[in-house]
Design a protein around this ligand. Structure first.
Ligand code: FA5
Length: 340
């Protein structure tokens, strides 16, 4: 019976409309029931075969079913639209009464932070903080430091020479000379600053990096004084006991000269790219001031002696914070800098 088919279609479609989970499912149900080739259209075709009074009755039933289903579809569609809108409003909700985030406060670069800590330490130990020019004379960078004309450090590989015969200082040691020229002993000074070397860059070498120079001239200054200050310095910077290693090192301006290494914090001494697999990272050169250097600056080495050190500040910062690549420090990358 066609009437039964219509009632079954109506009940079945109503149940499926109610259960539709998405707009797409709902549309599929609509096409299947009410579309041009849908179930309702099929039934409508079948009605041609009925007797006239039966057809009129079935026609009424069919129209009522069509109207009911169309209304049910519309209702369900409105429900979907409303819940979509509610979800969007929820997601795009703004609390306009909240205070604005405001400017993000800046912070000092980690190199500056550690430089200031070291300055404070040495000032508390009676040292002056001196500054020197980044563009230096050959005399202050080399000659007055007893670095002979044929020393490899003067090689064009390492030094950025300027066309006027001056150079970008390759270390902070020229400030020792400027300090001795300006002040008479007894003398205690440190000199932090930027230095430049024409060398290839890797995880632990930069062409532009920071050093802190230190010098103390007094009567009877010995290696014991030097070691005391170096241990105090490194304990303060690393805030823990550090393993140090002293190796003989050659610097023409000190005699005897040493290289001081710190056990690599990155790998704990096991070996990594920063320590070149050795477990140790070179932090500073140091020694007792060569009498020739004192003499060149007009200080009598018979009366006075001293120690000097040149610390790789950039490498020290790497060790303190576990920075694995020196290039990050001057990359200007805010994602890196915001960690300090
Ligand atoms: C010097 O520059 C001497 N003027 C140090 C000195 C001063 C010795 C006073 C004795 C008395 P050196 O070239 O080794 O020495 O450099 C000192 C430190 O700077 C090194 O120990 C290392 O920590 C750091 N350093 C050297 N080259 C680089 C580089 N390319 N990148 C980053 N750090 C470096």
């Amino acid at each position: 019976m066609i009437q039964d088919d219509i009632r079954t279609l109506e009940a079945d479609a109503c149940a499926r409309i109610g259960a539709a989970a998405t707009l797409e499912q709902l549309e599929a149900i609509r096409v299947e029931a009410l579309g041009r080739k849908g179930v309702l259209a099929q039934i409508s075709k079948e009605m041609g075969k009925l007797a006239p009074e039966e057809r009129a009755q079935a026609g009424k039933l069919l129209n009522a079913a069509k109207q009911l289903l169309e209304e049910a579809f519309e209702r369900r569609k409105r429900e979907f639209d409303e819940s979509r809108l509610a979800a969007r409003l929820d997601a795009e909700w703004l609390d306009l009464t909240l205070p604005a985030p405001g400017p993000r406060p800046g912070s000092l670069h980690p190199i500056t932070q550690i430089q200031m800590e070291i300055e404070d330490l040495f000032v508390s130990l009676g040292f002056m903080v001196l500054d020197g020019p980044e563009v230096e004379t050959e005399y202050h960078n080399f000659d007055a430091l007893n670095i002979p004309r044929d020393h490899p450090a003067r090689d064009a590989q390492d030094t950025f020479w300027l066309t006027d015969g001056n150079l970008l200082r390759t270390h902070t040691s020229p400030v020792q000379v400027r300090g001795m020229e300006r002040f008479r002993p007894p003398l205690r000074m440190i000199a932090p600053g930027r230095v430049f070397r024409n060398e290839s860059v890797d995880a632990s070498h930069e062409h532009t990096f920071y050093q802190i120079e230190g010098m103390m001239i007094d009567h009877d200054v010995s290696v014991a004084h030097l070691l005391y200050f170096m241990k105090t310095l490194l304990r303060e910077v690393f805030r823990r006991d550090v393993s140090l290693r002293l190796r003989p090192g050659f610097f023409p301006f000190v005699e005897p000269g040493f290289e001081l290494d710190v056990q690599c914090f990155i790998c704990g001494g096991a070996g990594c790219p920063v320590c070149k697999q050795s477990g140790w990272v070179e932090q500073l050169g140091c020694g007792l001031v060569n009498p020739n250097v004192l003499r060149t600056s007009g200080i009598d080495p018979e009366q006075w002696s001293g120690f000097a050190f040149g610390l790789g500040l950039t490498r020290l910062v790497m060790m303190r914070y576990g920075v694995e690549d020196i290039r990050l420090l001057q990359s200007g990358d805010l994602r890196f800098l915001r960690q300090f």
